[in-house]
Design a protein. Structure first.
Length: 397
């Protein structure tokens, strides 16, 4: 009889424990079902190769809306600390600290047409060896789906190691807030590039008016999520104050399927009088008014300011050699390249493993050809041009 009572008690206790486990599990799923789904999508596409200075390449599909509407509704963020605080509170409910940071980015980009009449936006991301992720988002609620590229080092992940373990993978949940370039399903693409302005050539733009605030990479997220065209993107951006991150300074390029493109720069009077990031103004250089271009059929950006009369000497113009090489090629082709592969080949010509890389610290981490007409992406990691195992294709159709 005693044993029967013990067994009944044990069954009752087990039932209570099981109910608690199910309740807890249900609560976790209800609270973090989007985040759990996102983490389950994280997978490696190509391995690290230290001999070639390759980081690993990953893929991530983000579930849910990642709270960007809420971020804008609160007025955005005027610094990295406020952005990190928002991400931590929203995505991990304050339980797990997140990270966002940026640093020197020496890159090249251009627009062109293909022989079939498609418009392409093409970009090299140059940096020290690091891990990257190709990130898909589809937040719904009237916002656009997009593909973008994220440097996982900017999320606080070790650039010299694979992304392993739950604690590290959780940091990838912040990926929507740190795009370097991308395309949305309206055929709008954008990218971020160092511009080397101010004291020590690294005085961050830090505008402070009554407008809400955006940091460097959240400006790109705004474009990818909401912009229907380049004009729409510019109008959206003009509604915010820009605060560049971690004492770095950037300019931006945006393009769409109509052939319209623009470089956006926050500048002072000239290079000698641009040491106060709070006193800069936005200058939009449209492809049909770009004084450095021979034609509106293409537009190029590297790492110097394109605003007319900003410099007194070409010696100050970072990346001018890459710019001139791209311009020569596009001029000879009248802005028309055979196809996406030809655009990738032109990016390969200014890949940093072979192009003027005397210090050995800068490598082309990824090259992306965004087809704005087809809403598709051709992506190559670590300058492995023509190698299928390092080549990835995506479509938003």
């Amino acid at each position: 009889m005693k044993n029967v009572r013990v067994r009944k008690c044990l069954k009752a206790i087990l039932g209570v424990v099981l109910a608690l486990v199910l309740l807890l599990g249900g609560g976790i799923f209800a609270l973090w079902h989007n985040e759990l789904s996102t983490l389950s999508s994280f997978r490696k596409l190509s391995d690290r190769d230290d001999a070639h200075h390759d980081g690993a390449v990953y893929e991530l599909t983000v579930s849910g809306d990642y709270y960007f509407d809420d971020f804008l509704a609160q007025g955005g963020a005027s610094n990295d600390s406020d952005l990190i605080s928002f991400i931590t509170q929203s995505i991990t409910k304050g339980m797990i600290p997140m990270h966002i940071k940026t640093t020197d980015i020496s890159c090249s980009a251009f627009t062109a047409d293909t022989a079939d009449g498609d418009r392409v936006f093409d970009r090299n991301y140059d940096f020290s060896p690091t891990n990257t992720a190709i990130v898909y988002t589809n937040p719904g609620k009237g916002r656009h789906a997009s593909y973008s590229t994220v440097d996982l080092h900017f999320l606080g992940l070790d650039q010299d190691k694979d992304v392993e373990g739950l604690a590290n993978k959780i940091l990838t949940l912040a990926a929507p807030y740190a795009p370097l370039d991308g395309i949305n399903d309206a055929g709008v693409a954008c990218g971020i590039f160092m511009s080397y302005q101010g004291d020590g050539k690294g005085t961050a733009t830090d505008i402070d008016t009554e407008k809400p605030d955006l940091t460097s990479t959240t400006l790109l997220r705004l474009v990818l999520d909401y912009a229907d065209s380049v004009e729409d993107a510019v109008e959206l951006i003009q509604q915010y104050d820009l605060h560049d991150s971690t004492n770095c300074v950037f300019h931006y390029m945006i393009a769409d399927s109509t052939g319209r493109s623009a470089v956006l720069e926050w500048v002072g009077e000239d290079s000698a009088h641009d040491n106060d990031g709070s006193q800069r103004h936005l200058n939009v250089i449209w492809n049909d008014t770009d004084s450095l271009s021979d034609s509106a059929d293409w537009q190029i950006v590297t790492n110097f300011i394109k605003t007319p009369d900003y410099y007194t000497s070409t010696d100050e113009m970072k990346g001018l050699d890459r710019y001139e090489h791209l311009a020569d090629r596009l001029r000879a082709a009248n802005g028309v390249l055979a196809d996406e592969d030809a655009a990738m080949e032109l990016l390969a010509e200014v890949g940093r493993r072979t192009w003027n890389n005397d210090d050995g610290n800068s490598f082309t981490i990824h090259s992306a050809v965004y087809n704005l007409t087809d809403k598709s992406l051709l992506w190559v990691g670590n300058e492995h041009y023509g190698e299928e195992v390092y080549t990835f294709r995506y479509s938003l159709k």
